[in-house]
Write a protein that binds this ligand. Structure first.
Ligand code: AMP
Ligand code: GLY
Length: 425
C-alpha cells in the first residue's frame, strides 16, 4: 500500500512510525514532515492546508490510504474533497469537525443530546459578555469563570479566569486579537468552572462503533507545577488506571454513545478519531472539549502501545466494522516528555544543532519522535519549531516509563533546550 500522512509534528511522526511497522505498507509519504519523518517516509513539499494540492498529489500517486493528522486540514473540508474523488481517507468531515472548530457548536450539540458538560452561555459581543457576567449567571464577581474563544486557536483560546475582572480582561484581549486571532473570538463561550482531575480519552470511531485507546493525561502548561503559559502540551502519560471500569462504563453510556448517536442523527456520522477532554467531577465525568483528531503529544504515548496493525484499524473505520476488529495494546504504561526550544510557546528560537540523538535512540523501549526539526546543509539535525522532540518510553508501570524517558532525555542537548522535569508527577 501507499500511505499519505498529512501534517508535520510529533503526532504525525508517530503515525508514520506506526504505518511503517505494517507489513502491508510499501511507501509512506508525508506532507510535509520533518527531519525524523524523512528517515522513514518521503516528505513532500505540499502544505497541510493546500487541500487541492494534496488531492492532486493523492490522485497522481495513486495513494491507497490517507490519514489526516490535524484539525486545520480537517476544518478546511479535506476529507470531503478526498472522498468526492473516491480516495480512501481517515478523518472527520467538515461538518463533524465543527465539534472542535466551534466551541459554541459543540456546547449546543451537547445540550441537545444531554451530554454532561459545564453550564455555559454563548455571547457575541463584549457588551453581552459583561451583561451575562453581571447577571450573576456564573456566581459573583469573585467566582471563577472559564472564557473560551469559539474558533480554532491552537490551544491558546481558553482562559480559566479566577474572577470576573480576569474574565473581562481575557474577553477584551481576545476580541482585540491580542491573545489569539480575533476572528476566532467572534463568539465567546462563558463556562462554569469545573473542579476535578482531568483525563483524556481518545478512541477510534467508525460512525456507529468505537474502540477506546488507553486513557491519557496531558501537561499543558510550560512550567513545572503547572505554571506559566498554556502550550500545545509538554508531556503525556498513559495508564489504564486513570479510569476505573465503572467510570469508563459511565463515560461510554453518558457521553460516547450519545455523542456518536447525536452525530449520526444530525447527519454527520463520526468517522475517525474522537478525543474527549474530560473533567472527573464529584458529579461524574463532564466533557471539557471535543477534539476530532489524535492529540499531540497524546498520540506519541498511545501509539507506542499499539500492537495491532494501524492499517487494519483504518480499514475497519472505513468499512464501519470496528465492532468486529480486535485491537490489542501492550500492557503497562508509557510516558512522553517534550523537549522544546528556548522561548516556546512565544517565539521559539530556531536553528540550533541537536546533539545526542543517536545515543538517546539506542535506549531500549524508547522512541524519539521529531516535531520541530529539520536538517542543515551539513546534514545536522537542527531545531525548527517550538516543540522539537517527543521522547517516549514504555514500561510495565508508569514510574519505570518515566524513568526510561528521562534517562534518554539526559543524552540530548542543544542551546536553550527546555523541558518539564515533573511529567507524570
Ligand atoms: P479546552 O481546550 O476546552 O480543553 O480547555 C483547555 C483547558 O482549560 C482544559 O484542559 C482545562 O484544564 C481547562 N478548562 C476548560 N474548560 C474548563 C472548565 N469548564 N472548568 C475548568 N477548567 C476548564
Ligand atoms: N495535547 C492536546 C491536544 O492535542 O489537543
Amino acid at each position: 500500500m501507499k500511505i499519505l500522512v498529512i501534517g508535520s509534528g510529533g503526532r504525525e511522526h508517530a503515525l508514520v512510525w506506526s504505518f511503517d511497522r505494517s507489513e502491508q505498507v510499501n511507501t509512506i509519504f508525508c506532507a510535509n514532515g520533518n527531519a525524523g519523518i524523512s528517515e522513514i517516509a518521503e516528505c513532500i513539499d505540499v502544505s497541510p492546508v493546500d487541500v487541492d494540492g494534496l488531492v492532486k498529489f493523492a490522485v497522481e500517486n495513486e495513494i491507497d490510504l490517507t490519514f489526516v493528522g490535524g484539525e486545520t486540514s480537517l476544518a478546511l473540508g479535506i476529507v470531503d474533497k478526498f472522498e468526492s474523488k473516491g480516495l480512501k481517507v481517515i478523518g472527520l468531515s467538515q461538518k463533524a469537525t465543527q465539534l472542535e472548530s466551534s466551541k459554541a457548536f459543540a456546547k449546543d450539540f451537547m445540550a441537545r443530546h444531554k451530554i454532561p458538560t459545564a453550564k455555559y452561555r454563548v455571547v457575541e459581543s463584549t457588551q453581552e459578555a459583561v451583561e451575562t457576567l453581571n447577571s450573576g449567571h456564573f456566581g459573583d464577581e469573585n467566582s471563577p469563570v472559564v472564557v473560551k474563544a469559539d474558533g480554532l486557536a491552537a490551544g491558546k483560546g481558553v482562559v480559566v479566569a479566577a474572577n470576573r475582572k480576569e474574565a473581562l480582561d481575557a474577553i477584551n484581549s481576545m476580541v482585540i486579537g491580542e491573545l489569539i486571532d480575533a476572528d476566532a473570538a467572534k463568539k465567546i463561550v462563558l463556562e462554569e468552572c469545573l473542579v476535578g482531575k482531568e483525563v483524556s480519552l481518545i478512541m477510534f470511531a467508525d460512525g456507529k462503533n468505537f474502540a477506546l485507546m488507553p486513557p491519557t493525561r496531558d501537561h499543558k502548561r510550560i512550567g513545572e507545577g503547572d505554571t506559566g503559559a498554556n502550550t500545545g502540551g509538554m508531556g503525556t502519560i498513559t495508564d489504564t488506571g486513570f479510569l476505573t471500569k465503572s467510570e469508563t462504563n459511565k463515560i461510554i453510556n453518558e457521553i460516547i454513545k450519545p455523542t456518536l448517536k447525536g452525530c449520526e442523527d444530525e447527519g454527520f456520522p463520526f468517522k475517525g478519531i474522537l478525543f474527549l477532554g474530560l473533567m472527573m467531577t464529584e458529579d461524574g465525568a463532564k466533557v471539557l472539549e471535543y477534539n476530532v483528531r489524535f492529540g499531540d503529544p497524546e498520540t506519541q504515548a498511545i501509539l507506542v502501545n499499539l500492537e495491532t496493525d494501524l492499517v487494519d484499524i483504518c480499514e475497519a473505520i472505513h468499512n464501519q466494522n470496528l465492532d468486529n476488529t480486535l485491537i490489542e495494546w501492550k500492557e503497562g504504561s508509557s510516558a512522553c516528555v517534550i523537549l522544546a526550544a528556548e522561548n516556546y510557546p512565544k517565539s521559539p528560537r530556531k536553528g540550533d544543532v541537536i546533539e545526542g540523538l543517536d545515543e538517546a535512540n539506542k535506549h531500549e523501549n524508547v522512541v524519539i519522535f521529531h516535531a520541530g526539526t529539520s536538517k542543515d546543509d551539513e546534514g545536522n539535525i537542527i531545531t525548527s519549531g517550538g516543540r522539537v522532540l517527543a521522547v517516549t518510553a514504555i514500561a510495565s508501570n508508569l514510574s519505570n516509563a518515566l524513568h526510561r524517558a528521562y534517562k534518554a532525555v539526559n543524552e540530548i542537548k542543544w542551546e536553550g533546550m527546555q523541558y518539564r522535569r515533573d511529567i507524570g508527577r
